[in-house]
Ligand binder design. Structure first.
Ligand code: UD1
Ligand code: UDP
Length: 364
């Protein structure tokens, strides 16, 4: 089959790397990068470090409102799909690039394969939930990371083309684990380009970028909580928050939060694996902490990955300093409930599903 992968945001490059490695043995793949993430540390670094083939197209669409960004992507992706006429479009997760790719493809009658289907938060307040719901509704193949996601889809009446394939993030975390090294000189940099040293006595890992958590109040509370911890927190700041976080930090009193530029995937995984605990609102980081047995606190009201809440591995909390500290003392490496994210071979399972779909089409 000729497959067209559509990506645009940091976590999608990582998932695409894990799948492409296997997929390209069986199928032809071309890649569209919408341009949603574009800073070197948010995009090119992943293609270089993970040795992903360069995108065939970069549409250069980023920023602006949700509607504007998604609409511009929809039009530009459609042009490429018409030109390339792939047999299937592959989209990942829940970003605006995901929804634009799925809509462009389905309107051209190109079947859509949605990787990371069936994730539900339960509120349309989150822009990601809108993207997930609509993408699942039009997908022909729905690759779920967990059994719970399969059940979520069943509850909505979606059963055709659904498979629990396991989570590509686990594939990636296992595959690259052997390459993890402490950050080299120059890999952890603050926003003036000065090196940041890993604290000798251990550190916490913090990331925070969800629209819901990026008000001055929320960020102030998060950094207040870090100030009261027994070790500093390394905080690679997403560009969405850069100005806000820097402004707060300059007010003083936050010397326990070590701000850095976004880091590459291997550095990020290393930081998670060796952290005392992780504090985050990232879907990816919560799961990575879970994979490596690092206790985690997720600053969100609704669970996106309830599988990680087994035992004491992950605690949810509001963006309030006291709540974060309470959740941190409750979070511990005590896991129950087996291996919800599969066995690290999601790429093989997704490839097999796509191949079976092709064979079924050929036999019609
Ligand atoms: C997006 C996804 C979110 C995902 C996250 C991964 C949507 C709705 N959200 O959120 O699900 O968790 O990516 O990181 O698609 N910016 C830069 N440089 C960059 C990228 C972004 O400066 O390389 C700035 C831009 O000003 C942009 C803002 O960050 O307006 C937000 O970026 P955007 O892609 O809209 O959303 P994310 O917060 O990255
Ligand atoms: N990550 C990274 N560099 C960073 C922060 C995160 O490589 O500075 C990795 C992280 O290890 C995980 C993925 O990016 O694999 C998660 O992406 P993000 O938090 O942006 O998005 P989400 O998973 O919330 O959609």
């Amino acid at each position: 089959m000729k497959l067209c992968t559509i990506v645009g945001a940091r976590p999608q490059f990582i998932k695409a790397a894990a799948l492409s490695r296997v997929l390209r043995y069986a199928h032809e793949e071309i890649c569209i990068h919408t341009g949603q993430h574009y800073d070197r540390n948010m995009s090119a670094i992943f293609f270089d470090e993970l040795r992903i083939p360069q995108p065939d197209y970069n549409l250069g669409i980023a920023g602006g409102s949700h509607g504007k960004m998604t609409g511009q992507m929809l039009a530009a992706i459609e042009d490429v799909l018409v030109r390339e006429a792939p047999d299937m479009a592959l989209v990942y997760g829940d970003t605006n690039s995901t929804l634009a790719g799925a809509l462009a493809a389905v309107k051209l009658h190109i079947p859509v394969c949605h990787v990371e289907a069936g994730v539900r938060m339960g509120t349309l307040i989150s822009p990601e939930e809108v993207n997930r719901l609509l993408t699942d509704r039009v997908a022909a193949l729905l690759c779920c990371c967990t059994q719970r996601a399969v059940k979520n889809l069943r509850r909505e009446g979606i059963t055709r083309g659904v498979r629990n394939t396991g989570d590509l993030m686990l594939d990636a975390a296992l595959y690259y684990e052997g390459r993890l090294r402490p950050p080299a000189q120059g890999e952890l940099l603050d926003f003036s380009g000065r090196p940041v040293a890993l604290p000798q006595g251990g550190y916490y890992m913090l990331t925070c970028h969800r629209e819901e958590n990026t008000s001055d109040e929320a960020l102030y509370e998060v950094m207040q909580a870090m100030q009261r911890l027994d070790a500093p927190a390394i905080y690679p700041v997403h560009p969405r928050n850069r100005e806000r976080v820097m402004r707060l930090w300059r007010l003083g009193g936050f010397d326990h939060t070590l701000l850095t530029q976004p880091v590459g995937y291997l550095t990020s995984l290393y930081l998670v694996k060796h952290a005392k605990k992780v504090i985050t609102d990232s879907g990816g980081l919560q799961r990575e902490a879970f994979f490596y047995g690092v206790p985690c606190v997720t600053i969100l009201d609704n669970p996106v990955w309830p599988e990680t809440l087994s035992g004491n591995m992950n605690r949810l909390c509001a963006p309030k300093a006291d709540a974060i500290l309470r959740a941190l003392s409750a979070a511990a490496n005590k896991r129950t409930g087996g291996a919800p994210f599969g066995d690290g071979h999601a790429a093989e399972a997704i490839t097999a599903l796509i191949t079976a779909y092709e064979e079924e089409l050929c036999s019609l």
